[in-house]
Design a protein around this ligand. Structure first.
Ligand SMILES: NC(=O)C1=CN([C@@H]2O[C@H](COP(=O)(O)OP(=O)(O)OC[C@H]3O[C@@H](n4cnc5c(N)ncnc54)[C@H](OP(=O)(O)O)[C@@H]3O)[C@@H](O)[C@H]2O)C=CC1
Ligand SMILES: CC(=O)[C@@H](O)[C@H](O)COP(=O)(O)O
Ligand SMILES: [Mn+2]
Length: 386
C-alpha cells in the first residue's frame, strides 16, 4: 500500500469521521485536521491522531481548542488561513476535501497550488469552481481521486480502459430517488424536515441528505461527473436505482457496461482513494445477491423533482450559472433546515435564481464567489417577500 500522510478538511463531519475510521484501521498517519466549530470532537481526534496541525474556522472556538490541547505539540490555527494551512501542509501526501459546500473551494485551490494529491468528496467545489480546479489539476498533472460514491464507481469502472476518453459512450449515474420517491408535488408540500433527513440507504450530513431528497444531489453529481470525466450533459443518464447497490456504471462504445457494486458504505470509496490502484482487506460482509433477490431501475421524475432539471439547465448555460444555482441551493437548504421555508420552496428558490442570474463566461475565482454571494442574497430577498 502507498505510504500516505493525510490532511482531512472537514474531519468532524460524516465523510471526515469515516475517513479517520479508515485511517485508524489501515494505520495511515494523519498530519492535519480542519473543521468549522466542533472542537469537542476535534480535540478527541487530535488526541488520537496527533496531527502536526489542526485548524478551526471560528476564531473563538480555535482559541478555546488551543487552551484545551496545550499539553500537546499540535499547532492550532484559525480562520480560512488556518484551514488553507492544513490543506497545504508540507507533510501531507493526500488531502481529503470533506468540507461541505462552496467553503471547500478556496482550500482545495490552495492544495492544488502546492501540488497536493486530492481525494475529493466536496462536490460543490467542482460544481461552482470546476472551470478553475480541473484545468489546474491537469496542467500540474496532479492526482484527483473521486470519493463521492457514484464518481468513485465511475473512476473504478474506467480503470481498465486503455483510451477512456475515446471509448466511453455514456455514464449511467445511479440515484436512490431519496425518501420521497414516487410522491406528487401535492404530497411534497406537506413533508417535514425530519422526513427529508431520513435517507433510505445512506447515513450522511444534513445538507447532502436534503439534496438527495430534492434530487439536487443528482444534479450536482451530473455537473461533478462532467468535470471529473470530461463528458457533456448528454453523455450522462440518471438511472433511479432504489437499492443503492450499483454505485454507477459506464457504457463503452461497443455497448459493454462496467459497474461497481457494493453495500452502501462510504468507507469503501474512502479506502480506495487512499489505497488505489491497490486494494486492502476490509472486514464485514459484502453484498448477498440471493438475499437481495432483485435490483430495480427507473427514470427520474424531472417534473416533480425540479432541482435536477435546474442543474441540467445550469450546466448547459455554464459560466457562473452552476455557482449561482449551487449558492441558491445552499441558502435554501439552510433555511429549510432552520424551519424557515417548506420543502417545495427549495426548488422554487433555486429556479428563481436560475431565471434571474446573468452568467459570466470563463469566470475568475472572484466572479464565482460573487455569483455565489449574489445568489444567496437573492434567495434571502425572495424568501422574505413571501
Ligand atoms: N456524507 C456522505 O456520505 C457524502 C458526502 N459527500 C460530500 O462530502 C462533503 C461533506 O459532506 P458531509 O460529510 O456529509 O458533511 P457534514 O455536514 O457531515 O460535515 C461537514 C464538515 O465540514 C466542516 N465545515 C463546514 N463548513 C466549514 C468551513 N467553512 N471551513 C472548515 N470546515 C467546515 C464541518 O465542521 P463542524 O463539524 O465543525 O461543523 C464538518 O467537519 C459534501 O460536499 C457532500 O456533498 C459526498 C458523498 C457522500
Ligand atoms: C453516498 C453518496 O455518494 C451520496 O451522494 C448518495 O449517493 C446519495 O444518494 P442519492 O442522491 O442517490 O439519494
Ligand atoms: Mn453521491
Amino acid at each position: 500500500m502507498r505510504d500516505h500522510n493525510l490532511s482531512v478538511l472537514g474531519s468532524t463531519g460524516s465523510i471526515g469521521t469515516q475517513t479517520l475510521d479508515v485511517a485508524r484501521r489501515l494505520q495511515v498517519p494523519v498530519c492535519g485536521l480542519a473543521a468549522h466549530s466542533n472542537i469537542e470532537l476535534l480535540e478527541r481526534q487530535i488526541r488520537e491522531f496527533r496531527p502536526v496541525c489542526a485548524a478551526v474556522l471560528q476564531e473563538e472556538k480555535a482559541a478555546e481548542l488551543k487552551e484545551r490541547v496545550r499539553d500537546l505539540p499540535t499547532k492550532i490555527l484559525s480562520g480560512i488561513d488556518g484551514v488553507c494551512a492544513v490543506a497545504t501542509l508540507p507533510q501531507a501526501t493526500l488531502v481529503f476535501t470533506a468540507i461541505v459546500g462552496i467553503a471547500g473551494l478556496i482550500p482545495t485551490l490552495e492544495a492544488i497550488r502546492e501540488n497536493k494529491s486530492l481525494a475529493l468528496a466536496n462536490k460543490e467545489t467542482l460544481v461552482a469552481g470546476g472551470s478553475l480546479v480541473i484545468p489546474e489539476v491537469q496542467r500540474r498533472g496532479l492526482e484527483l481521486i473521486p470519493v463521492d460514491s457514484e464518481h468513485s464507481a465511475i473512476f473504478q469502472s474506467l480503470l481498465g480502459a486503455k483510451r477512456p476518453r475515446e471509448e466511453l459512450r455514456k455514464i449511467l449515474l445511479t440515484a436512490s430517488g431519496g425518501p420521497f420517491y414516487g410522491k406528487t408535488r401535492q404530497e411534497l408540500s406537506a413533508v417535514r424536515r425530519e422526513d427529508a433527513l431520513r435517507h433510505p440507504n445512506w447515513s450522511m450530513g444534513a445538507k447532502i441528505t436534503v439534496d438527495s431528497a430534492t434530487l439536487m444531489n443528482k444534479g450536482l453529481e451530473m455537473i461533478e461527473a462532467m468535470w471529473l470525466f470530461g463528458v457533456g450533459m448528454d453523455q450522462i443518464e440518471v438511472v433511479v436505482h432504489r437499492e443503492s447497490i450499483i454505485h454507477s456504471m459506464v457504457e463503452f462504445c461497443d455497448h459493454a457496461i462496467i459497474a461497481q457494486l457494493g453495500l452502501p458504505d462510504m468507507r469503501v470509496p474512502i479506502q480506495f482513494a487512499i489505497t488505489c490502484p491497490e486494494r486492502e482487506q476490509t472486514p464485514g460482509p459484502g453484498v448477498d445477491f440471493a438475499a437481495l433477490g432483485s435490483l430495480s431501475f427507473g427514470r427520474p421524475d424531472l417534473e416533480t423533482f425540479r432541482c435536477l432539471s435546474h442543474c441540467i439547465r445550469a450546466a448547459r448555460m455554464g459560466g457562473t450559472m452552476p455557482a449561482a444555482v449551487n449558492g441558491a441551493n445552499e441558502m435554501a437548504v439552510s433555511l429549510f433546515l432552520r424551519g424557515k421555508i417548506d420543502f417545495l420552496q427549495i426548488d422554487e428558490l433555486v429556479g428563481a435564481v436560475l431565471d434571474a442570474h446573468s452568467p459570466i463566461e470563463t469566470p475568475t475565482l472572484r466572479q464565482i464567489l460573487d455569483a455565489d454571494e449574489w445568489a444567496r442574497e437573492y434567495v434571502l430577498t425572495q424568501y422574505q417577500v413571501r
